[in-house]
Design a protein around this ligand. Sequence first.
Ligand code: CO
Length: 148
Amino acid sequence: MTAPERRNTLRWVKLLNLDHVAIAVENLDRAIEGYRNRYRVEPLYRERVDEQGVVEAMIPVGGSFVQLLEPLGGETPVGRFLSKHGEGLHHVAYAVSSIEAALEHLKGEGARLIDETPRVGGRGARIAFVHPGDLAGTLIELVELVDG
Ligand code: CO
């Protein structure tokens, strides 16, 4: 692929912004309290997302969010993450304008996808995860927000 062709392809997955940084926590209330006391920030809302086995709180910071994730049980992905690593950075989420186009592009690049097709995340957004083994040891979530 020539350089101009490559740039054309990349246009399809333009990352619009850093949507959120997600942190796995043992106890959501305690984590919210910690952020409130240390940084004087408040969650905009909290939401139970059964599809992902979490209760999450979204704390706005500038144009992005800090997403605090408490697992609904030990046998959920975040529950297993906590047993293995303890609390800490779980994933980084980038907003894209079209998740299908992004997944198509990534498949073409041979990326190691966790989700071949989009699923439903918090805020009713359409999301897909890319395996941390794919790039720089980071679990990446792509987010297409439904209402802008
Ligand atoms: Co997320």
